[in-house]
Design a protein around this ligand. Sequence first.
Ligand SMILES: Cc1cc2nc3c(=O)[nH]c(=O)nc-3n(C[C@H](O)[C@H](O)[C@H](O)COP(=O)(O)OP(=O)(O)OC[C@H]3O[C@@H](n4cnc5c(N)ncnc54)[C@H](O)[C@@H]3O)c2cc1C
Length: 395
Amino acid sequence: MEELEAFRRETRTWLEENCPDSERQPALPDDQYWGGRDAAFPSEGARVWFERMRDKHWIAPEWPSAYGGGGLSPEQAHVLKQELKRIRARPPLCSLGLWMLGPALLEFGSEEQKLEHLPSIVRGEIRWCQGYSEPGSGSDLASVQTRAEDRGDHFLVNGSKIWTTGADKADCIFCLVRTDPGAKKQEGISFLLIDMASDGVSATPIELISGESEFCQTFFDDVLVPKSNLVGEINKGWSIAKALLVHERKLIAEMGTESPRKQITPTAAAREYLPFSDGRIADAHLRAALVDYEMLLQAIALTHMRCYEEKSTGTQSAAPLIMKYVGTELEKAKSELLLAIMGSKGLGWEGEGFSQIELDTLRIWAFSKTLTIAGGTSEIQLNVLAKRVLGLPQS
Ligand SMILES: Cc1cc2nc3c(=O)[nH]c(=O)nc-3n(C[C@H](O)[C@H](O)[C@H](O)COP(=O)(O)OP(=O)(O)OC[C@H]3O[C@@H](n4cnc5c(N)ncnc54)[C@H](O)[C@@H]3O)c2cc1C
């Protein structure tokens, strides 16, 4: 315990000295650094912060040092996370390699694959994207149809993926591919790494209602992929896919409760936008809605703490399984509540007459909807809970 407190003191001092002021505030999409072969830093502050954290080996604090990680214990990594949060530090590197592929490679990759891919992820040299969903396979992910045929020393890949976030900017993609079309659907899937620069790979951006375009449809036309890019055993990719989804859902759950995009809290908005009477919010309905929200927020924060304590003591409950559902639904509810509190001031999309916070509110409201879809929809999370936790019969 004393050692951990000493680590906290050292960490706090180091962060105070090394995290630039510009990196101690919410990062909007344009402020984020995603790395990659052609990456440019969004600002000088972002460059300094990334390079200092990289040189300190704190980009992936818990990964073994042999693969470029910091080799911290889970307890130390938790302290570091708390201290970063305390100063509202931006993530030095946003990366699907770091958040999703890396943990899966640590569990399922060969030694060669770990040595090849993990250090380049930590150094921000390679940007990864995720090729899971297909036009006909989203919630029913095990029905993926993208084919990888065994051609001796390589696979020949044909098919298409959809909703591939950042595919037009990524260097590589981790994919679920069908390697045995005759087998039961979960048993004919493999997990394959593909270089986006390979002949036959293309990515077409999909424009969203906001005018932005974070997703692509990704096409594979006779793409040759070396056999060494297969992770785990052939036709055993479903286990890797599920393990990776656990990391993805944890990440998305945290985006719901710890998002740096949070601009204004409902309580702060209530103080600014709502009329008060006798020291209380005058509108009884909004007053009750705000209390409900604050109580849920507290309950989720405590459950996060419980999950962390269970992890460090080696006990296991069903609590982590509910976090994606409750965290993202709460984020959605928060955005609805903010719009109700701000009234017409929350409806501005552009133009004069609105503050930046007001303009951001509607964008965050739109973004909050995506959290309950990405990484498995809320309905699918409820199905999983019904089956795995409550043991209810399947319909
Ligand atoms: C912001 C964002 C980023 C994403 N990034 C990526 C990415 O990088 N890579 C990637 O591969 N995918 C990505 N996705 C895709 C995401 O994984 C899918 O959208 C998601 O799995 C749902 O699949 P779908 O869109 O095909 O919906 P569908 O599966 O067609 O579902 C449509 C509706 O039917 C409901 N439904 C379906 N089956 C059931 C059932 N059995 N019981 C109850 N209800 C059901 C769903 O809940 C949903 O409401 C992203 C999605 C979003 C929103």
